[in-house]
Design a protein around this ligand. Sequence first.
Ligand SMILES: *Cc1c(COP(=O)(O)O)cnc(C)c1O
Length: 336
Amino acid sequence: MKIVDLRSDTVTRPTPAMRDAMMRAELGDDVFGDDPTVNALQERIAAMLGKEAALFVPSGTQGNLVATMSHCQRGDEIVIGQMAHHYRWEAGGAAVLASVQPQPIEHQADGTLSLADIAAAIKPDDSHFARTRLLALENTFGGKALPLTYMADATALARSRGLATHLDGARLFNAAVKLDVAARDIAQHFDSVSVCFSKGLGAPVGSALVGSRELIARAHRWRKMLGGGMRQAGVLAAAALHALDHHIARLADDHRLAQRLADGLQGVPGLSVEPPQTNMVFADVEGERGKGLIEHLKSRGVLATGLYRLRFVTHLDVDAAGIDHAIAAVRQHFVR
Ligand SMILES: *Cc1c(COP(=O)(O)O)cnc(C)c1O
C-alpha cells in the first residue's frame, strides 16, 4: 500500500537531484569555518533575507533558542503567541536553557497577536517585573500568512518600546509565495529570522538564523554551547542550497493541493474545514465523530495528526492522486 503521509511537510525524502548535490558538495570542518558549502549557504540565505549574516543550525528549535539567547539576558522576557512553536512546541527551552520567561498571549482568529495585547504585555521598568526584551512572531502561523502591514505595525510597536524582534519563519517561503512578495520583504521588519530548510523546502536537515553580524557572532557561541557545532556539514548545506534553487516556486503546488483537499472535504457531515491559505488544512470534528478517525485513515494508508485539531499538510512527496485518496478515506469514515 502506498502511504499518503500528511502528518507534516518534514516527512519528505531528498529527491535524486538533491542527493546528487549532496554527494558532490565540497566539504571542510565547519567548526573551523572551513566548509565552503556551509559558508556559501550562510551567505546565500543572509543575502536572500537582506541581513548581514547567517548561521546554519541543525534544527528550527535550535535557531529559535540561539536567537532567544542572543537577544536576551537571564531574567528577560519574551512576548510570544500562546500557540507559537517557539513557545509551545520546543519543550520549554527558553525557560530551561535561556533562563528567559515567556509571556504568552492569545492569538486572534487570523493568527496575529493584537497590538493592544502586545502593548499590554510589555512590563514597565520596575524591579517587580521581568525585563520585557523580545517580541517573537511566527509566519506562516498554523498555515496562515500574516500580512506585511501587520508585521510592520507589530514590529514598529515593539521597537518603540525598546524591544528586539524575532520571526520564527520555519515556513517563511510559504508565506512569501502566498503573499506574493520576496522573503526579504517579510524579513526586513525583524532583527532576526529563523528559517527551516527541512519543512516545505524538502531538505533532510537544517535551519538558518539570520541577523546582524554582531547578533550572529553571539549566536555562534551559543550554538557551540548547545552542541550544534557540526563538522563536514556541507553535505547538509548542499541540500539546503539545492532547495533554495529548486523548491521555492513549487510551494505554490503544495498550496494548490491543500486547496484541493479542503474542497474535497467540503460538506462532509460533522467536519468543518477551515479554508487553507498555504500548505496546511485544519478541520474541527463535531462531538465524538472524530473517534477512531486517525486509526481509520492509517488503515487506508493515510497519515494525519489530530493533537488539537485535525491537520493535513501537503508537500513535495504528495500528489493529486494521493490527495484524492485521502479525501475518499476521510469521507468513508464519516458516512459509514
Ligand atoms: C518545525 C518548526 C520549528 C522547529 O523546527 P525543528 O527543525 O523541528 O526543530 C519551529 N517553528 C515552526 C513554526 C515550525 O513549524
